[in-house]
Write a protein that binds this ligand. Structure first.
Ligand code: ADP
Length: 169
């Protein structure tokens, strides 16, 4: 147990110096909730080794869905996309860790599930772009923006996973 204890001490020192590592806003969309895929999807991020710092089941109001997808507001599918997000509860999460934004996008897979690689969430669990079960921030900046939008400020839980020394040297 000596090595993990040393790693924990080093990490604690680092944590007190830096604000926090990157965060990704990940959301299980209404189809994922209705299809009973919540445990499956959360499990993939847990098993990968990222740290869960916020989680809620949420019936989204229209203004949040529109703000979240505002960059797509000129697309022909924008109305249907907002309806889809409002069509049932979503599971909102924030995952933290070095490199989490890019890695979460890899775990999630391509936007079109038919193009998504097997082994990814969309590649394994979905068939259509309009029912692609999960969202993940596309940049660290959007990870911060989307977290503030869906959770508000200061909603993240600060905690030290007991397994951290077995995941990060
Ligand atoms: P991603 O979710 O992979 O970051 P985008 O930001 O391009 O993808 O699109 C956001 C969401 O809009 C997609 O996840 C999907 O639900 C929906 N969407 C994207 N393109 C289409 C499309 N051509 N038809 C219907 N819905 C789409």
């Amino acid at each position: 147990a000596a090595a993990p204890a040393r790693a924990a001490t080093r990490r604690h020192a680092a944590a007190t110096l830096s604000i926090r590592s990157e965060i990704s806003y990940v959301m299980i969309k209404p189809d994922g909730v209705q299809r009973g895929l919540v445990g499956e999807i959360i499990g993939r991020f847990e098993r990968k080794g990222f740290k869960l710092v916020a989680l809620k089941l949420f019936q989204c109001p229209k203004d949040i869905a529109e703000e979240h997808y505002k960059d797509l507001s000129s697309k022909p599918f924008f109305g249907a996309l907002v309806e889809y997000i409002l069509s049932g509860p979503v599971v909102c999460m924030v995952w933290e860790g070095a490199g989490v934004v890019k890695s979460a996008r890899k775990l999630i897979g391509a936007t079109n599930p038919l193009e998504a690689e097997p082994g990814t969430i969309r590649g394994d669990l979905a068939v259509q772009v309009g029912r692609n079960v999960v969202h993940g921030s596309d940049s660290a900046e959007n990870g911060e923006r989307e977290t503030a939008l869906w959770f508000g400020k200061d909603a993240l839980v600060s905690w030290e996973p007991a397994l951290a020394p077995w995941l990060i040297e």
